[in-house]
Write a protein that binds this ligand. Structure first.
Ligand code: GDP
Length: 293
């Protein structure tokens, strides 16, 4: 998926590599290429400018000119800055003795919330936890049935009722406590775009249920627009993290780099396929490696 960035970056770095000695000018020229590669990969403009500024300051500050192979040094600086931009990440899902931990998943319709709820349940179950899924998406036709089917498939209980989303979440958490589940995943409703009705519903659930973590599910295919979506949700709900889906598709990588840069919200997990076992921890070093090619 990162072909765009990777090709652009390696071309830029190849140009630097060819020169025995680097000057401040051709470092700048090389970084211009890096900048272009990032913009072409649909990374947010401000994030790109900050990033290039940091790399340049470090490159110049580390006396690149004196090194035998300065291009390697710049490659290392670009890699380190990519890692710094996307990290650090805390993957831990908290645990409590007195009540189930509540994870609230939110996001736009079609982002992969329902699928990701099930994937997260699979991951938690494999780690020895006892998850419960709550079908609180009463907006998208078929969402409740979809979660029920997934629940049966993965052997995780699904709580649902046809009242309203806020009641469903509240009662779902009570049911989880009663049945000794230790983690509850709320699959909330999305809309095709952010609107007040969606945000008000989510804020109500947030106020009443007080989730331990609010996680935004966002589709990597929307590129840097992901950062705007994350900002809107973060302003309304104070996100604890993001889960970036569809990284198996041909997304150009802009979302991965833009979200943290724009909002400060960390990406915790990534979705890499439609199947329920296709959820991985987000590891900035691994992603930076992929981006660098
Ligand atoms: P929701 O409306 O946010 O609940 O979205 P769904 O969970 O129904 O997902 C929408 C579509 O995206 C479905 O066809 C999913 O199979 C698909 N999907 C979800 N996550 C991934 C992923 O990581 N990779 C791929 N390729 N497809 C995904």
């Amino acid at each position: 998926m990162f072909e765009g960035i990777t090709r652009g970056l390696s071309d830029a770095l190849k140009k630097l590599r060819g020169r025995g000695r680097l000057t401040a000018d051709n470092i700048r020229e090389g970084l211009r290429e890096v900048r272009r590669a990032l913009l072409e990969a649909d990374v947010n403009f401000t994030v790109v400018n900050d990033f290039i500024g940091k790399v340049e300051t470090k490159a110049v500050g580390q006396d690149v000119l004196a090194r035998i192979d300065p291009s390697e040094q710049i490659i290392k600086i670009v890699y380190d800055e990519l890692v710094a931009l996307m990290g650090p990440v805390d993957h831990k899902i908290p645990q409590r003795g007195d009540r189930p931990v509540v994870l609230m998943l939110c996001g736009l319709q079609g982002s992969g919330k329902t699928t990701t709820s099930a994937k997260l349940a699979v991951t938690l179950k494999a780690a020895g936890r006892k998850p419960m899924l709550v079908a609180a998406d009463l907006q998208r036709p078929g969402a409740v049935e979809q979660l029920q089917t997934l629940g049966t498939q993965i052997g995780v209980p699904v709580y649902s009722e046809r009242t309203n989303p806020v009641e469903t979440c509240k009662n779902g958490v009570a049911e989880a406590k009663k049945t000794l589940c230790d983690v509850v995943i709320l699959d909330t409703a999305g809309r095709l775009q952010i609107d007040d009705a969606l945000m008000n519903e989510l804020k109500q659930i947030d106020r009443l249920v007080k989730p331990d973590q609010v996680l935004l599910v966002v589709d990597a295919m929307i590129g840097q627009e992901a950062a705007n979506v994350a900002k809107a949700f973060n302003d309304a709900l104070e996100l604890n993290g993001c889960i970036l889906t569809k990284l198996d598709g041909d997304a150009r990588g802009g979302a991965a780099l833009s979200i943290k840069g724009v909002t400060g919200v960390q990406i915790k997990f990534i979705g890499t396929g439609e199947k329920v076992d296709k959820l991985d921890e987000f590891v900035p070093e691994r992603m930076a490696g992929r981006i660098m090619g």
